[in-house]
Ligand binder design. Structure first.
Ligand SMILES: Cc1ncc(COP(=O)(O)O)c(C=O)c1O
Length: 488
């Protein structure tokens, strides 16, 4: 047996490599045990014999034996030596039940299976005409990175450890001022929770405010992402039609929803601005039925005619509204920084839950972002991008009009905002098929029908213009126009 160990290890001890002798001997013995060359119960040669047989130091062998013992590959019996442990047997026993029936294969939970049964996020996320994606090339990344580096250089342990509050205080302070000026929203820093994207914030809202089986209103058509979050949390999504004044208020809804998701400043994806009358009605409805409105203010910074529309949250004192804003459209989606402004009565619960569930972090990035806002550079970047996107919007509209006339484009002034245009198509056209055909030629669009939870005759294509310059849009538009001309 002793010779067998020596021969085998000499054969399998890999040739001189970068790895040290220690690691090579450890690997050779471990592999021999795992592939059953040495079976459970086999006695290992004494360390002195093995060292002599392999021509290596005894220290090396004892270090390797110690490591194998710590990991459970071998065991020692005092006074009688070192033996191969029963590693295979314990694996087999755990994979097989007592009466020989195989254990259940790996499987998803029912919730997981429902979620994984389809996916709504696009496979490709960058290129003409991906809706909702800003031109990430035009943000002064280097300037923000310099600030991050400066913060890290001077960082106190508090900035580098687990955070004590859900968001950098510097960013929360900066947002309070920014939201007052830009969104007409008065709040205190303690009401702000910084999250890693609006998606994460909305997930936390659903978990903290709705129970399984509760219902939530979703705008119809509306953002698919919220639908997915409701689904995974077992909350019923109830589609509520949107007209040109925003989300409508159903005459009867029994029981009333716990949550109402809305995009009042710029309906997603069709663009209506919620009228003041509808805002008041919605707030009154929410107060009366103890529902909470979630104001998803995803891209209100980009409005090309008139003034920015103030936030619904700022309309009445103590409004039952959670405001959700994001840097995904103003800076870049990959930054994963968004924020929630909570009613005072809820903010402590959200702070605690956020730190327990997600732990938080990225404080240096958040602090740098706060300083970037304070310095005025953020507002300057938004002003610049408003000009860039406005011109791109005009250029894409002009291409559509030149080729198809004006009937495919909405002419409402309220719709002169955001990062995409919606081409309205006749109900006879299968917009999902059309989007697939266009995608096969490398051009990205999203079919309007996909934004409906229920059945709808509305057909169209969402075309994002923000991430393509005027020059870059000409060739993909030709591709799109060719495909469209075939079905119109
Ligand atoms: C309407 C709407 N809400 C929320 C989001 C999500 O934002 P975030 O990237 O911060 O998760 C998006 C992203 O496209 C959106 O279109």
């Amino acid at each position: 047996m002793y010779e067998l160990w020596i021969d085998l290890l000499q054969l399998t001890l890999p040739e001189r490599t970068e790895r040290c002798l220690n690691e090579r001997l450890y690997g050779a013995i471990r592999d021999a045990i795992l592939n059953r060359t040495f079976n459970a119960g086999a006695r290992l040669p004494a360390s002195r014999e093995l060292a002599a047989g392999l021509g290596i130091s005894r220290n090396t062998v004892t270090r390797v034996f110690d490591q194998l013992m710590i990991e459970g590959f071998v065991e020692t019996q005092i006074g009688s030596g070192t033996y191969v442990a029963d590693v295979q047997g314990s694996v087999e026993k755990s994979a097989t039940s007592v009466n020989g029936i195989s254990a259940a294969p790996l499987r998803l939970s029912e919730r997981g299976a429902a979620l994984a049964s389809h996916s709504s996020a696009a496979v490709k996320q960058w290129g003409a005409f991906m809706p909702g994606v800003p031109d990430v090339r035009l943000f002064p990344h280097a300037r923000l990175q310099k600030r991050v580096a400066r913060v890290l250089h001077a960082a106190s342990p508090g900035v580098l450890s687990y955070p004590e509050q859900a968001g950098s205080p510097v960013l929360c302070e900066a947002l309070v001022k920014h939201l007052r000026v830009a969104r007409g929203l008065q709040c205190d820093p303690s009401q702000i929770v910084i999250v890693e994207g609006a998606h994460q914030g909305i997930d936390l809202i659903i978990r903290l405010l709705a129970d399984v089986g509760d219902s939530a209103w979703l705008e119809e058509p509306g953002y698919w992402g919220i639908r997915r979050l409701l689904e995974i949390n077992g909350v019923q999504a109830h589609p509520v039609p949107v007209d040109d004044e925003g989300i409508t208020i159903p005459k009867q809804s029994t029981p009333p929803p716990r949550l109402i998701f809305t995009t009042p400043s710029h309906h997603y994806p069709l663009g209506a601005v919620m009228s003041i009358q509808r805002r008041r009605q919605l707030l009154a409805y929410a107060r009366q039925h103890q529902a909470i409105i979630i104001e998803d203010d995803y891209d209100s910074e980009f409005r090309y005619t008139g003034s920015p529309v103030p936030a619904l949250s700022g309309l009445e004192a103590d409004a039952p509204v959670i405001y959700v804003g994001t840097f995904s459209k103003t800076i870049c989606p990959n930054l994963r920084v968004a924020y929630m402004v909570l009613p005072q009565a809820l903010s402590d619960y959200f702070q605690r839950a956020y730190l327990d569930v997600y732990r938080g972090g990225h404080t240096a990035t958040q602090q740098a972002l706060g300083e970037f806002i304070e310095s005025g550079e953020y507002a300057q970047h938004i002003r610049r991008m408003r000009g860039v996107y406005g011109r791109r919007r005009d250029a894409l509209s002009a291409l559509v009009e030149a080729r198809f006339g004006s009937q495919l484009l909405s002419k409402e002034a309220s719709d002169s905002a955001g990062l995409h245009l919606t081409l309205r198509l006749p109900p006879s056209i299968d917009d999902a098929d059309l989007a697939r055909a266009v995608a096969q030629q490398g051009v990205l669009t999203r079919p309007l029908s996909r934004y409906y939870l229920g059945q709808s005759l509305s057909r169209g294509l969402l075309l994002g213009y923000a991430c393509v310059s005027e020059d870059e849009m000409i060739q993909p538009f030709d591709v799109l126009a060719e495909c469209l001309a075939k079905v119109l």
